[in-house]
Ligand binder design. Structure first.
Ligand code: NAD
Length: 397
């Protein structure tokens, strides 16, 4: 099949298997380059990590760093689709196939469960694999970005990206047309706020930790890391003070509760940088902010992608004593939030309009990163060639 990008709004409905392979390969190569001097200390397979949301974005990069920098056995939970009839698989499916193949080559343990991370059956399946193969889990990365959650009674609830209290209007961008226009973001109902918290808040993390504890398969002093975002004032109405921010606040509170309840775990929130991922591209206003941020951080030589962020998390931020902010959070968004960066972003955000988009925003960088997520726009890949889309994930098939 010849696979081309099929973009609908902020979603690409196709993924290129060789391109996704390339995406994973480049991240692994970066880590190998970084880890040359450290590898002598790494005992492969000494420790085990469970990555919930392991197939894309921050979860995929953290899995790569855990395995290729720190030598962890990795068990990933993903929710992806294999290829069917004349449709490609999802990018996360191909990424995971690529990750496992690279891990196998290095004799690194890697298994993946493709199932709903909200389901008790998935937790049980995970426990069975841990008991059989790994003994205990030393690190949990909770990197779920889910639009919905199926509840135990089979009803489905949705997370929404809305404001709380009052409607909000601000600039946003149509990336394809490079047009800036105003968008009105509606106010969430009480039920929408509650549902967003149930999907993206801490309840499911708490269920996982308690389940693994009860099964006695969480190591003493296990690290548990969940991801959050805060951003500058100009995104607060849609993010920090909106429905998703409410869920992230719940995630933080859950982390504190878990630390109190279990004295022998270290649960952390890592506040990460805004980056192009499948999830962030769906948030109104944020893609415009990200494309401006990219331009400024690249000019200042401070730009990072998910793999750079996860490298810094493992290599710097998790070193004991772990450095935390006043609310107890790890700040991986430290470069993004530097006052001189944010002053420039604000100025650009105020000045940008449809006639000067390229002057203020890194549209090319944003678009390329978006296409890379789905395995497109790699200059060394011939996208006019037929490609086999039926790729298997070794531990699943
Ligand atoms: P992503 O869309 O790239 O990846 C989401 C992952 O969740 C995928 O592996 C997907 O398979 C998995 N997933 C979704 N629903 C699932 C389900 N029901 N069961 C099992 N797996 C499921 O997302 P991302 O942007 O890397 O976000 C990961 C986390 O990082 C989120 O908590 C997000 O809020 C946070 N974060 C993101 C940014 C950003 O700018 N992208 C910044 C800071 C923090």
């Amino acid at each position: 099949m010849i696979v081309k990008p099929n973009i609908r709004g902020f979603i690409c409905t196709t993924a290129h298997p060789i391109g996704c392979f390339e995406n994973v390969k480049r991240q692994i190569e970066y880590i190998k380059l970084k880890s040359k001097s450290e590898l002598k200390d790494v005992k492969k397979g000494g420790l085990s990590a469970l990555i919930i949301g392991a197939s894309a974005g921050y979860g995929l990069s953290s899995r790569i760093v855990a395995a290729f920098l720190k030598g962890y056995n990795t068990l990933g939970i993903i929710f992806e689709k294999p290829a069917r009839k004349n449709r490609t698989a999802t990018a996360g499916w191909y990424n995971t196939a690529a990750f496992e193949k690279f891990a196998q080559k290095e004799n690194l343990y890697a298994k993946t469960i493709n199932a709903d991370a909200f389901s008790k059956d998935t937790m049980q399946e995970t426990a069975n694999i841990i008991k059989k193969d790994l003994g205990k889990i030393d690190l949990i990365i909770y990197s779920l970005a889910a639009p919905r959650r199926t509840m135990p009674n089979k009803s489905v609830i949705y997370s929404v990206l809305k404001t709380i209290g009052k409607p909000y209007e601000n600039k946003t961008i149509n990336m394809e047309k490079k047009e800036i226009f105003n968008i009105k973001i509606p106010v969430a109902t009480k039920e929408e706020i509650e549902n967003t918290v149930k999907v993206m808040g801490g309840e499911n993390l708490k269920d996982w930790v308690e389940f693994l504890k009860n099964e006695k398969i969480l190591s003493n002093n296990a690290n548990i890391i969940s991801f959050s975002y805060e951003g500058p004032e100009l995104t607060h109405e849609i993010y920090k003070n909106g429905t998703i921010g409410k869920a992230k606040q719940h995630l933080l509170e859950t982390t504190n509760t878990l630390n109190k309840k279990f004295s022998n775990i270290n649960a952390y929130i890592s506040v990460n940088k805004a980056l192009v991922t499948q999830s962030s591209s769906a948030i109104p206003v944020v893609p415009l902010y990200i494309s401006i941020l990219y331009k400024i951080m690249k000019e200042e030589n401070l730009h990072e992608e998910t793999i750079n962020q996860m490298y810094r998390l493992f290599n710097e931020k998790l070193r004991t004593p772990v450095e935390l902010d006043a609310e107890g959070k790890i700040r991986l968004d430290d470069f993004e939030m530097l006052p001189n960066i944010q002053q420039k972003v604000e100025l650009a955000f105020n000045n940008i309009n449809s006639s000067n988009v390229e002057k203020y925003a890194d549209i090319k960088g944003y678009t390329t990163d978006f296409l890379h997520i789905f395995g497109f726009a790699f200059s060394n890949i011939n996208y006019n060639e037929e490609v086999d889309v039926n790729i298997q994930i070794p531990s699943i098939n």
